[in-house]
Design a protein around this ligand. Structure first.
Ligand code: SAM
Length: 207
């Protein structure tokens, strides 16, 4: 297989898990999922597994996809250590997702889908919409602040490349709330807010 990865693979190799606690919204998101009868959840860009572990512990059937082999391996080790399981696979979210239409009851993606230019982000949003069932739950967070690097090169409106820092070379798209609402117009948005790290969080239910 041709392995295309991203700077997070090296960050995880050097720093280990890096993210330890689930995002602060996850208990509320898990409760919404339970209230709506969710069973299967895709963690898109699962990283080293903090949400796969949390969701699996909460009784959901968890799937994950990430293009960092190190992330997949670390997440699997963490799940195994906790006596939990999840179906994690290597996959690049800028390509068509390897899942059938309406396959998932829910999808979460924390600090992932902002890595791409305008056209890529639109494709990712369309793929997210495709794989969630009508009535299914979506929770995503995206970056709003350029605090990952000192120098940025603008690639196109709202899309920048960090020229230094730990995410050097990884495209960043900074969404406006209006843009997110348009990209996910196939959903009824139930909540939007900024989290403490300056990430824009969106919770929605598919129409
Ligand atoms: C900021 S980390 C967040 C990880 C995880 N969602 C969490 O909250 O702990 C970004 C993640 O996105 C993944 N990622 C970046 N670009 C990707 C791509 N094109 N396809 C799949 N995963 C990607 C990275 O490997 C990394 O695991």
């Amino acid at each position: 297989m041709d392995i295309k990865t991203n700077p997070w693979d090296d960050i995880f190799k050097q720093k280990g898990r890096f993210f330890h606690e689930p995002h602060a919204d996850m208990p509320a998101v898990a409760q919404l999922m339970k209230d709506r009868g969710v069973k299967t959840v895709l963690d898109l860009g699962n990283g080293t597994g903090r949400h796969a572990v949390f969701l699996s512990k909460n009784g959901f059937t968890v799937y994950g996809m990430d293009n960092s082999p190190q992330a997949i391996q670390s997440a699997q080790e963490w799940l195994q250590a906790e006596g939990l399981t999840a179906d994690l696979k290597y996959g690049d979210i800028t390509e068509p997702f390897p899942y059938p239409d309406a396959f998932f009851d829910a999808l979460i993606s924390v600090q992932v889908i902002n890595h791409g230019d305008n056209a890529t982000v639109k494709r990712i949003a369309d793929e997210i919409t495709r794989v969630i069932k009508p009535g299914g739950v979506l929770f995503i967070t995206v970056a709003t602040l350029k605090n990952q690097a000192k120098t940025w090169e603008q690639i196109e409106p709202n899309t920048f490349m960090p020229l230094d820092g730990r995410e050097k070379g990884l495209l960043h798209h900074f969404f406006t709330p209006e843009e997110l609402q348009e990209l996910f117009s196939g959903f009824n948005i139930t909540d939007t807010h900024l989290d403490r790290g300056g990430h824009y969080c969106l919770t929605a239910v598919k129409k």
